[in-house]
Every structure is written in C-alpha cells, then in structure tokens.
Design a protein around this ligand. Structure first.
Ligand code: PLP
Length: 443
C-alpha cells in the first residue's frame, strides 16, 4: 500500500476529494449535519485525527486563546471597558519593544495596517523608497502607488532581502530629502526571507536622512527579534493571525512619536484608519467605532502567553524549530528559496521543488492525502515552491508532522527524496538541542 501511494500519479490526488466527500454524505442525517465539517474542503482519505496547519499564517490557535474568546459579546461602551483596554494597549508596546510609541488596534488585517501607516503620515506625490523581493513587499508598494505616492521600488531577485548598499546609495543621493519614507518588509512570507531592519536604520543614519522607517512585521513580530525603539522604526505593522496566534481580524500598528507628528501635515485621505480618531477615543479606553472586542479578549491572552514564555524564549523556540526544517530541506537534497543563510527566515521556509515537478501538486497531495495544509508559492514562485510555516504556537512534534506530511506528499509525487531523510534530520536536530530535565538525559 505504501509503495503504491509513492508511485501515485499526482493528478489523482484531486480524486480523493470527491470520492470521500460523496462517501460521507449519505451517512449523516440532516439533524446532525450542522455538527459535521461542512466546509467546502475535500475530506481526506483518512478523516480521523487533526488537520495539520503548516501555512505561514493563520497559525495554530492555543486553547488558552480560544478559551479567552469564548465569552458573551460585550458592551464596548461599558463604563469598565477601559479597565480592560488601557492596559491592553499599553502592554502591546512591550511586544514591539517600544517605550515611547503608541499602539493602534484596528478591526482589519495586515493590509489595513499597511494602509494606516501610509494614509496617516504621507501626502499625495510623496516619494517612498522600497524593495520588491516577494509578493508581500510587492503588495505594499502597489498600495502606495494606488494612494498616489511616487515609489522608487528596487527590484531584487526573489530569495534575497533588502539591498542595504542600494538603499544607502539612494538615500545619500537624495540631497533634497524627497524620500519621505523607507518601507521594509521584515519577513517576506512569500520567499522565507528575513531582512536586516537594523541595517536599514544604520544606512538611514549614515546618510543623515530623516525619512520615516516603516516596517511590515506581519510575519515576524511576536516570532523573531524585533526592536522598534532600538532600531529606530517609526511604524511597525502586524496582523493578529501569525505571531499573535489569533484569528485574522486585527491590524496592530505601533507608531513612533516622529511618525505620530507626521500626521499633522500628512494630507492623504483617511477615515477608518485615522490615527487622530483612534487617539481621541483610545485616550479614554474606547474606540471610534465598534472594536473587535472578542478578538481583543484573545489578544490579552496572546500577550500574556508570549510574556509568560518570554519573548527571548519565543524567538529561540522559533529559531530552533526553523533550523530543524532547514536540516530537513538539506537532507532532502532540496534548496530554499532564500539564497543565503543571512536571509533564512525563522517563521517560514519556501522550499524549491526540482525542475520538472510542480509544487502545487505536492501541496494538493499533502492536503488531500494527509490532511496537511502547506503554503503555496505566490505569483512569480507559484508552482516552484511550497512553504512550511513554522510560527506561532508550535512545538517539535507539530513541525515534525509538517515535515513528515511534506515528505510523504513529495514521495507520492515522485520527487527523488529518501523516505525518512527530512524527518530524521529534524528529529536529530531537535533531539540534540533539547533541553530536557537532567534525569532524562542519557548518561
Ligand atoms: N505582509 C506580510 C509579510 C504578510 O505575510 C501578509 C499576509 O500574509 C500581509 C502583509 C498581508 O496581511 P493580511 O493578509 O493580514 O492583510
């Protein structure tokens, strides 16, 4: 049976879905049908056990966070609501490592965070400097263009990160200080590339350039080292569904005093994302419109969990788990999309499939045959890479399951890898780097 599945024609993966969905339907009476997984997703040939979520966001939601959100809907204008919201907004600053900044939480997603950063600080025609090296760095640039900004977007090969040397040249050459903001995608989720934000600050300082430093930290904040204040970041954008381990639905934005001051002269139109409206209402612990209060309850639990573990520990855990994935990739004889170790992301690995294979078929096979969601390749790298997300509430066993599922799917699709190679390499790494109680260590 195992051998048979290894030689599956990958197109047959799609057949699992319709056959098993049809098989299931008649056995459920209408009375209980609402209790059954009715989603428009194919049921795998094995429908027992957990569905594995190894995409780079949304991430796995810890039980404590689910529980924190299992509350009755509440009055967001209640007299005691500020007792909950004021500490929440203050405590969030610690996750960004900002003492002097201000955090805004919008009912939105990361994209809304991008929009808020631009709309509140810039004016039509303002110039911004950015680099495009993946789908998300591209989309932020696209948003800027749609807002009528002049974008100097440096095209970088996908698999590389922010080109510090080119940024430095451009900033030094900008004698009249036309560039008003520098945009950095800290962790390009499409390619698994982490850029050097502190390096961009150094370059700005070296050029004595006053541009605002704006950072997309959607797939980095709460997972890998991020230091708003120390790195002189003016605007950091995050979403709820990655490092914060929550459902999608919040844009969380941290803003420096300098960026807050910029709103006074910024002329881009804004309404929903207006910092001024937020400030006025937040000062008293309220919001200018109905907040996503249930998600805020989850956010409270999320901050508490991150701080109970300790941010440094959270970062170390992500690094260790990511290293296991990278060891697996090496053992498979495959390459990461990230072209150099200095760009390796600790939250997502984009794995290049060999020439002649389609990464989407591997992803479909993992999904239909093994109940595992892997991340797909986006835009330029569609069909060329599959991604393993290793961020959020995660431990070794969960990562090993993702590696194992990817390995089985690749074998099914005929990729020339050795069964057990990736899993074995990861197991070895986790075993060698485990911090076990002394009594359980081998003599
Ligand atoms: N930036 C990065 C790095 C992302 O990974 C994403 C989404 O995955 C976004 C921005 C957009 O966020 P959202 O999909 O929450 O709007």
């Amino acid at each position: 049976m195992a051998n048979q599945s290894h030689h599956l024609d990958c197109d047959s993966a799609a057949k699992f879905s319709s056959v098993s969905t049809l098989d299931l339907e008649p056995s459920h009476s209408p009375a209980i049908s609402h209790l059954i997984d009715r989603e428009e997703r194919p049921v795998s040939k094995v429908n027992a056990g957990f569905r594995g979520l190894a995409v780079p966001g949304p991430t796995n939601m810890p039980f404590a966070i689910r529980q924190a959100m299992d509350v009755a809907l509440e009055d967001h204008r209640a007299p005691d609501f500020p007792e909950f919201t004021l500490p929440l907004l203050a405590d969030l600053k610690r996750i960004f490592k900002s003492a002097t900044g201000r955090v805004f939480v919008f009912p939105s997603s990361g994209t809304g965070g991008w929009e808020s950063s631009i709309a509140n600080t810039l004016s039509p025609g303002d110039k911004v400097l950015a680099a495009v090296f993946g789908q998300f760095s591209h989309l932020w640039v696209d948003l800027c263009r749609r807002f009528g900004l002049e974008v100097d977007a440096v095209e970088v090969p996908w698999g590389e990160g922010v080109p510090l040397d080119i940024f430095e040249q451009k900033l030094r050459a900008d004698n009249s200080k036309h560039i008003k903001a520098v945009l950095v995608c800290h962790n390009e989720t499409a390619t698994g590339v982490t850029s050097d934000v502190a390096g961009v600050r150094r370059v700005l300082d070296a050029a004595k350039h006053p541009a605002l430093l704006m950072v997309d930290g959607v797939s980095s904040i709460g997972c890998i080292d991020f230091r708003m204040e120390e790195w002189g970041v003016d605007l950091a954008v995050c979403g709820s569904q990655k490092g914060f381990m929550l459902p999608t639905g919040l844009a969380i934005v941290c803003v420096s005093e300098k960026a807050l001051a910029a709103r006074k002269t910024a002329k881009l139109p804004r309404c929903f994302f207006d910092f001024d409206d937020m400030i006025r209402a937040n000062n008293d612990g309220y919001f200018p419109y109905t907040p996503a209060a249930t998600l805020l309850r989850g956010l409270r639990a999320s901050i508490d969990m991150l701080e109970a573990e300790g941010l440094d520990q959270v970062f170390a855990r992500h690094h260790r788990l990511a290293t296991g994935v990278r060891k697996a990739v090496e053992a498979w004889g495959l390459q990461l999309c990230a072209r150099h170790p200095k760009w390796h992301s600790d939250t997502v690995s984009a794995i290049v499939v060999p020439e002649g294979f389609d990464a989407n078929t591997v992803i479909k096979t993992a999904y239909h045959a093994y109940n595992l969601s892997l991340g797909s390749g986006l835009s330029k790298v569609a069909g060329k890479v599959f991604r393993i997300g290793h961020l959020g509430s995660l431990n070794e066993l969960m990562v090993i399951a993702a590696i194992g599922g990817a390995e089985m799917a690749m074998l099914d699709c005929g990729l020339p890898i050795k069964a057990g190679a990736g899993v074995g390499a990861a197991v070895e790494h986790y075993s060698q780097t485990a911090t076990r109680p002394a009594a359980t260590k081998a003599a």
